[in-house]
Design a protein around this ligand. Structure first.
Ligand code: FAD
Length: 405
């Protein structure tokens, strides 16, 4: 609870001072306010005191939980990460009645990283939360609504009207002519003490394409036995790192494509440990310094490591999607465009005399961008670019429907 509140204040850029419950400063403040033995946390905002404060209570008090202003939108964007915010900026600037529905605060995965160093135009890097705040402000300046702490719970295609109905947390219902799924994914977390504190300081989720060049000559560890882990070890080996690959399965071929297995097994720079797990991390000066691994028999070994890449898979966020025929791949990512035509035919039930547009799902007028989309690049720039592209395609769909923005 405390963490969530602190995270919220930080990500909305609300300047604040945080006092630990048992600190003398907190005791003095509570004494001055004449409150003791109350539910924590307590938020003091000028003359207002919120006891047992929650993110929702504070957001409501600050007027951040306004319901949607309209009942119908040209474009409803589900998810306020880079893809959703990117789309919102371009859609609103093109004059579309646009709403972003975000179940948390805007920013998505990117807002949890202290420095995005490979985003176009920021040679010194930019904090993910700051990038999201800027994008959110920009979208709102162009007239987009950004509804926060309000997830999409479900949706359905409203047959005859071609509209999509959306049910939101809080009980509201809205409709939209076009919907963009920009709900991203969440990485499966590695449940080990110290992981969160070392994120970005030697510990990374994902294949680490941007970090690989910096690992030359270093000892690095990759956890995972899927294709993304396979790509990561090859990239790192190519960058001349010493790579230790830690895999829980008994064989690489259990979950990795044969061509990757072949390349990994024939690369002398890669050491593979099967039936093995990482069991502990150690740090030195605030950066990762070593990992401990243990095999099935319980034999432990501690190895130096300057970087650890956790590639244990992601979970696309699609539970809210219309169930009427939105096709997904085996891992749950949304199929779009030509991926839907794989056998040469249009998707079953496709009602139009044209193929699905790029980024369009198997339901006309429902598009997908960013990490939730099958085949996306899993990068901030890729997500923003797909968001912008989806707007151009949404305009085509609106023209098809005869809707004038
Ligand atoms: C720790 C970390 C570091 C990274 N570093 C980099 C980097 O340096 N460079 C880089 O290019 N990429 C980096 N990435 C990857 C990058 O952050 C992602 O590719 C990017 O954020 C994807 O954007 P997205 O908008 O598609 O999805 P997301 O960022 O996942 O955003 C999706 C949003 O949708 C919301 N949502 C989900 N379900 C619902 C629902 N039902 N209703 C309403 N809202 C919903 C979520 O709350 C979230 O805000 C990093 C990722 C992580 C985790």
């Amino acid at each position: 609870m405390d963490y969530r509140l602190r995270d919220f204040l930080t990500r909305i850029a609300q300047p604040h001072e945080w006092l630990e419950a048992d600190s003398p400063e907190a005791a003095i403040l509570l004494g001055r306010l004449g409150i003791a033995d109350v539910d924590l946390p307590v938020v003091v905002d000028g003359d207002e005191v919120y006891v047992g404060a929650t993110v929702e209570r504070i957001a409501a008090a600050w007027g951040l939980l306004e319901p949607p202003k309209r009942s119908h939108y040209d474009l409803a964007i589900i998810g306020g990460g880079p893809a959703g915010l990117g789309a919102a900026v371009y859609a609103a600037s093109d004059g579309l009645a646009t709403i972003v529905i975000e179940r948390d605060v805007p920013g998505g995965q990117a807002s949890h990283t202290s420095a995005i160093e490979n985003f176009f135009g920021f040679p010194d890097g930019i904090g993910g939360a700051e990038l999201a705040r800027r994008a959110g402000r920009q979208a709102e300046r162009f007239g987009a609504e950004v509804a926060i702490l309000r997830g999409a719970l479900g949706s359905r295609i409203l047959g005859a009207s071609d509209r999509v109905g959306l049910a939101l947390e809080g009980g509201e219902e809205i409709t939209a002519s076009v919907v963009l799924a920009a709900t991203g994914m969440t990485w499966r977390r590695l449940e080990l003490p110290g992981v969160d504190g070392l994120l970005g300081r030697g510990v990374y989720y994902g294949a680490g394409r941007s970090e690989a060049p910096r690992c030359k000559g270093e000892d690095v560890v990759v956890i995972g036995g899927g294709n993304s882990a396979g790509q990561a070890v090859l990239n790192l080996a190519k960058a001349r790192a010493r790579v230790l690959m830690v895999v829980r399965a008994a064989r690489l071929s259990e979950s990795m494509s044969a061509y990757l297995v072949e390349r990994i097994e024939s690369d002398p720079r890669i050491e593979i440990r099967l039936r093995t797990q990482v069991t502990a991390l150690a740090e030195d000066g605030g950066r990762l310094s070593s990992v401990t691994i243990a095999d099935d028999a319980g034999k432990q070994e501690t190895r130096p490591a300057q970087a650890l890449f956790i590639c244990i898979g992601g979970v696309p966020q699609t539970a809210w999607c219309p169930t009427e025929g939105i096709r997904i791949d085996a891992a749950g990512y949304i199929l779009t465009g030509t991926d839907l035509l794989a056998p040469g035919d249009r998707p079953q039930g496709w009602p139009l005399d044209r193929d699905p547009l790029p980024l369009e799902t198997s339901r006309p007028g429902v598009f997908a961008s960013g990490d939730v989309r099958h085949g996306s690049t899993k990068r901030v720039a890729g997500a923003v670019g797909e968001g912008a592209m989806a707007v151009a395609l949404a305009l085509r769909r609106l023209a098809e429907l005869g809707v004038e923005p």
